[in-house]
Write a protein of this length. Structure first.
Length: 160
């Protein structure tokens, strides 16, 4: 199915693009946890404008759901559905832990007294999101690489 292959490509691409900022946060985590107050506040300024990257997981969820709906035997819809659920869990982590820290710090333009607890909350929620997004990428790759739908069982192809 050409449409299914294009949808699988889009689902993989968007999930991979969602992993880019998540992976960057994960790789920076050890260094950022060791930073002092002023250095951390300065480092957080590098993320200004990154909110646009939120479009990638949303698009990836939709593409993965669409792929799950298009999968036909012998392919299973489960890998694409699992990918969508993992991406949704990453968004849930963002809204539950990351966004409140962003709001409390006015997007890291000021640091309250408990800034170290907020830093830990923010950094570890991004780490969890990176792991969930990586697992989603593995799942959607499994869906994209599953065998394409063939002719119905019992039917024979005629060659000319």
């Amino acid at each position: 199915m050409p449409g299914q292959r294009a949808l699988a490509f889009l689902a993989v691409l968007l999930t991979a693009l969602a992993l880019v900022p998540a992976g960057a946060h994960l790789l920076a985590l050890p260094n950022k946890l060791a930073m002092g107050r002023d250095a951390y506040l300065a480092a957080q300024g590098a993320y200004a404008g990154w909110a646009m990257a939120g479009a990638f997981p949303i698009g990836a969820i939709l593409a993965c759901l669409g792929l799950a709906l298009r999968q036909a035997p012998p392919a299973s819809p489960w890998p694409a559905l699992v990918a969508a659920l993992l991406l949704a869990a990453g968004l849930a982590a963002f809204f539950h832990w990351t966004l409140p820290a962003n709001q409390t710090t006015a997007n890291w333009t000021r640091l309250p007294e408990d800034w170290e607890a907020l830093r830990a909350q923010w950094e570890w929620s991004h780490a969890a999101n990176a792991v969930l997004t990586f697992l989603a990428l593995c799942a959607v790759l499994g869906a994209a690489l599953s065998p394409p739908a063939g002719p119905p069982r019992g039917s024979a192809r005629r060659s000319r």
